[in-house]
Design a protein around this ligand. Structure first.
Ligand SMILES: [Zn+2]
Length: 270
């Protein structure tokens, strides 16, 4: 007799509460995001004095200075200084090409996009100079489906695990040449031109490989008025597809880029 009770109660509960819908990435609403019914992955590293930055001649580490204290001023306030290209940051279209939008001019709709992760960790493991090929992109598509048009493409090289070890992260040889994987010109061109990617991101210092001298990927991306996102954090937390990306760089007039909050929004794991 009791055997009926549990299923009936369960059925009644389902009728009252409705079935628990698992929404796909395309069904998630902003109300879901606001109400905590979606998973949000923060893809930015916190900025601090250890944040990695491009090792350019006049580039300096992040600094944070206290300019008012609760004890003295009744308010705690700080001032900060940093190169634009530090930590998790955006490369604006004017970074490598003239007459292109600065970071404050990137249209807002360019900063929201479906996201995909292409993972070359295994190849990068044996070749620090590995460059993503068009064949890699096509192999990804054969497995996961065509990359949606106007997406943000995130390249996972596995370099994120070296974030807190600046020497390993830069991976310079005795002559000072850097060695880390990234895009190469042909894959960047394919993604920007054939898949209309809004932006290309990577989990290390540059959307060009460490050994690049001509920064061809930057020229392709910025030439097409698209942006790069460098030092993207936590790509290991994302699936290959099925999420959206929100990129929010600091809005500096005439800036060539700057630190950014980057979020991935995906269905909540049940
Ligand atoms: Zn940059």
């Amino acid at each position: 007799m009791n055997s009926f009770r549990v299923p009936l109660c369960f059925a009644a509960a389902v009728l009252l509460a409705g079935p628990v819908a698992v929404r796909g990435a395309d069904e998630i609403t902003l109300a879901d995001v606001a109400a905590g019914r979606a998973e949000i992955v923060d893809l930015a590293y916190p900025l601090d004095e250890k944040a990695n930055f491009w090792p350019g001649d006049d580039y300096e580490p992040f600094t944070l200075k206290t300019i008012a204290t609760l004890e003295k001023n009744g308010v705690l306030s700080k001032a900060m200084s940093f190169p634009e290209h530090i930590g998790t940051h955006v490369d604006a279209p004017n970074h490598f090409e003239p007459d292109r939008p600065d970071v404050s001019e990137i249209p807002a709709e360019q900063l929201f996009a479906p996201g995909v992760v292409i993972d070359v960790t295994m190849r990068a493991e044996v070749d620090a100079d590995y460059g993503l090929s068009v064949a890699d992109v096509k192999a990804w598509e054969a497995k996961h489906g065509r990359i949606p048009d106007h997406a943000v493409v995130l390249l996972r090289t596995g370099w994120g695990r070296f974030w807190s070890n600046p020497v390993r992260f830069r991976n310079a040889d005795a002559r000072g040449t850097l060695h880390f994987p990234s895009y190469v010109e042909e894959s960047a061109r394919f993604l920007v031109e054939q898949r209309k990617a809004k932006g290309l991101g990577v989990d290390n210092l540059s959307i060009d490989r460490g050994i690049s001298k001509d920064f061809a990927v930057h020229h392709v991306v910025n030439g097409a008025r698209r942006y790069g996102i460098e030092n993207v954090a936590h790509l290991e937390k994302l699936p290959p597809r099925g999420f959206h990306v929100w990129v929010a760089p600091i809005k500096v007039r005439k800036g060539t880029g700057g630190p950014a909050r980057v979020f991935a929004i995906l269905p909540k794991k049940e």
